[in-house]
Design a protein around this ligand. Structure first.
Ligand code: RET
Length: 247
């Protein structure tokens, strides 16, 4: 009977020092709360911004669902939920690229900018997955991580110095401010991920793992900062442009 009960139990005990389990749990709640916030507030804004805030909510909602599964996977299997992690990213990171495009649309951004960013983000994530889950021994992680890093740098270059930057400057005001903030998220916030990768895979950078840093904890912190932060930047831009047009 007890066995039967425990196999149907939805909650497993969590150790007080299980930081991975804890950050999956809190991350799940934070993503849910953020989604509710974005979905309920989107109708306060005109069409231009409504879509951007809707996408912010979709990003945190997709993450919330994946965090639900990852939290469960960790609690029951006790391993890093690499597959769910990368499925989450391959859905949400391209949507973050869509955010850049939506914000810059007012300044005449072309769809080609969006597709360039999306393509680079998919290359970044697929090669990262290869290094973490497929060719994950010997020099595999370092080599695939490097290729992934190059795609990452391409995204950074494109938004900081490429056509995206020119469009943001043309638009000025709330758009320029939001673009700048998102650029910083990509440069600093996204740089959290390669750190997690290096902590969790073998390579020349092995010292990082020895510092006691855990890959999943680092990824979970990165996700909370970047997914919710990105959405809040968009929300703030919508508020700023609304109060200007009301004045
Ligand atoms: C919401 C999820 C986000 C914003 C995920 C971003 C992920 C990255 C920027 C991952 C980058 C990686 C590298 C630059 C090299 C090593 C492999 C990755 C995939 C961890």
């Amino acid at each position: 009977m007890e066995n039967l009960m425990s196999s149907f139990s939805l909650v497993t005990k969590m150790a007080t020092n299980d930081y991975v389990g804890f950050t999956f749990f809190v991350g799940c709640m934070a993503m849910m709360a953020a989604s509710a916030f974005f979905f309920f507030s989107m109708n306060d804004f005109d069409r231009k911004w409504k879509t951007s805030i809707l996408v912010s909510g979709i990003i945190t909602f997709i993450a919330a669902v994946h965090y639900w599964y990852m939290r469960d996977y960790w609690a029951t299997v006790g391993e890093s939920p690499t597959f769910f992690r990368y499925v989450d990213w391959v859905l949400t990171v391209p949507l973050m690229c869509v955010e850049f495009y939506l914000i810059l649309k007012v300044a005449g951004a072309k769809k080609s900018l969006m597709w360039k960013l999306i393509a680079a983000s998919v290359v970044m994530l697929v090669t990262g997955y290869f290094g973490e889950a497929v060719y994950n021994t010997g020099s595999g992680p370092a080599v695939w991580g490097l290729i992934s890093g190059l795609a990452y740098f391409y995204i950074v270059y494109e938004i900081w110095f490429g056509s995206a930057k020119k469009l943001a400057e043309q638009a000025g005001g709330a758009v320029l401010k939001a673009h700048k903030a998102l650029c910083w998220f990509v440069l600093v916030g996204w740089a959290i991920y390669p750190l997690g990768y290096m902590a969790g895979t073998p390579g020349w950078y092995d010292g990082l793992g020895d510092l006691g840093l855990n890959m999943d904890v680092i990824y979970n912190i990165g996700d909370a900062i970047n997914k919710i932060g990105f959405g809040l930047v968009v929300y703030a831009a919508a508020v700023a442009s609304r109060s200007k047009s009301e004045a």
